[in-house]
Design a protein around this ligand. Structure first.
Ligand SMILES: [Zn+2]
Length: 457
């Protein structure tokens, strides 16, 4: 009995569903049957051969039947339209029932300023080394420090990956992995030959950014082309471009001169090692928006091979993440001062990328005459940044104000204040905030110029 009730209920539900979906069709069938059910032609279609002859003549004459059909067809058309309209209204009503946060997310996805980037998408840290075991504390690390760092990565679950893996994650092709670290070395100093066997012992991949004039002219401090070829042959190291002359590309060269300077370094690496560089790092980390665009658009055939840069690296601190500019990626500088495995080192290698939607000033090269003493950036308002602190170069005091995801950093003195050395033209701003057991780290670096067309926009 229960089964029968269940089957009956199932049948009833199916009937209701069918009726609600095909209501106009059902009505039409009723109307059609009223007009034509007694018709012989219609009856023949649905009756068994035995019953055909017993069909009664139609109630209405032929002209009335067709008028009736025309009238009810119009009725059917109108009811179809009203059903479609009703459905549209109900979809709209469903959307209005959604929580407001969801609706805001949908609109953000369509906004050009707001890339779909979330802090949960993860980060990776790129380290920048220069010299090894040399008496320059600001650019060199001791061998003890270097070995200790490699051992720290091995024993604490860090994964040393290639730059191309990190670049693929920034592009969104693959997700960021947990505790990803990349090792880069700038300037191709000879002292790297002390670190090379250590990297080989740990089987850690690395990228060497080469300023080629120093190699071509056999500078005493520089590696030779044979040394660089051995890096490629080891299967662990990759060569990348760092310009030919290692000059101040923004301050001292125009667009044409620096493009040539960068392309010469690419050609020299290819001619000497048969590998085409895929990445670039800006000498001294000095960039302007124009230079970034030029590096991004260097698509051409070089020495019979198609060539373009996949990404470029600057020297501002911070982890790489989904909102990073692919042609101005951050790196943490590692030297003797910051080479100890202390709290600061652990904070850096474990730092989190902050999604940035917009920032001011837009240009990374600014004129000292602009007297900029406020820096803004906007981020996800749901990230609690109340404990954010910002630090500027040369002790310039920075106060932070946060309102609905907009962070305003007010500087006591304008950017570029107190720069006396004509070759030291960089100004740094680092902002950190404690977040769920780790630190968010957002770094900006400005190239400070005087009366230059580079900084006018
Ligand atoms: Zn360099």
């Amino acid at each position: 009995m229960l089964i029968l009730q269940y089957v009956n209920r199932l049948f009833y539900i199916s009937y209701l569903r069918f009726y609600s979906r095909f209501k106009p069709l059902y009505l039409f069938r009723l109307i059609f049957a009223t007009c034509f059910c007694q018709d012989r032609a219609f009856g023949r279609l649905f009756s068994s051969p035995q019953n055909r002859e017993s069909l009664k003549p139609c109630l209405f004459s032929t002209p009335i039947r067709y008028k009736c059909l025309l009238f009810f067809s119009s009725f059917l058309l109108i009811s179809c339209q009203s059903t479609v309209r009703q459905n549209a209204h109900s979809v709209e009503a469903e959307i209005n029932k959604l929580p407001t946060s969801f609706k805001r997310d949908v609109s953000n996805t369509n906004s050009p300023e707001r890339r779909p980037c979330d802090i949960k998408q993860g980060s990776a840290v790129v380290l920048m080394y220069h010299k090894f075991d040399e008496p320059y504390k600001s650019t060199s690390v001791t061998m003890e420090q270097f070995i200790e760092q490699m051992e720290f990565f091995k024993n604490n679950g860090y994964k040393v990956v290639s730059l191309s893996k990190i670049v693929s994650a920034v592009k969104g092709h693959i997700p960021f992995g947990e505790k990803w670290i990349a090792i880069t070395i700038d300037d191709a100093y000879k002292s790297f030959l002390k670190a090379k066997p250590i990297l080989e012992t740990y089987q850690y991949p690395y990228t060497m950014f080469v300023n080629t004039q120093a190699v071509d002219e056999n500078y005493k401090s520089s590696m030779s082309w044979d040394d660089l070829k051995a890096i490629v042959q080891s299967g662990l190291g990759e060569l990348a471009a760092h310009s030919h002359t290692h000059g101040h590309l923004v301050q001292d060269m125009n667009s044409e001169q620096r493009t040539r300077d960068i392309l010469v370094s690419v050609e020299r690496i290819f001619q000497n090692t048969s590998t085409m560089p895929r990445f670039f790092s800006y000498p001294f980390g000095e960039v302007s928006n124009n230079l970034i665009e030029e590096v991004k658009n260097m698509n051409q055939v070089l020495l019979g091979k198609p060539f373009y840069f996949e990404a470029a690296f600057s020297t501002q601190s911070g982890p790489v993440g989904c909102s990073s500019n692919l042609f101005s990626l951050p790196r943490f500088a590692i030297n003797e001062k910051y080479g100890l495995i202390d709290d600061l080192f652990k904070i850096k290698v474990n730092s989190l990328h902050l999604p940035i939607y917009d920032y001011h000033p837009k240009n990374k090269a600014i004129c000292v005459e602009q007297q900029i003493n406020k820096v803004y950036f906007s981020t996800d308002p749901s990230i609690d940044l109340r404990n954010m602190r910002c630090y500027a170069s040369r002790g310039n005091l920075a106060s932070v104000d946060i309102s609905d995801g907009l962070v305003t950093v007010s500087l006591e003195k304008p950017l570029g204040h107190g720069l006396s050395n004509p070759n030291d033209i960089r100004e740094r701003l680092n902002c950190t905030a404690y977040y769920k057991g780790r630190y968010i780290w957002y770094g900006r670096e400005f190239t400070i110029l005087k009366n230059s067309p580079e900084c006018s926009k």
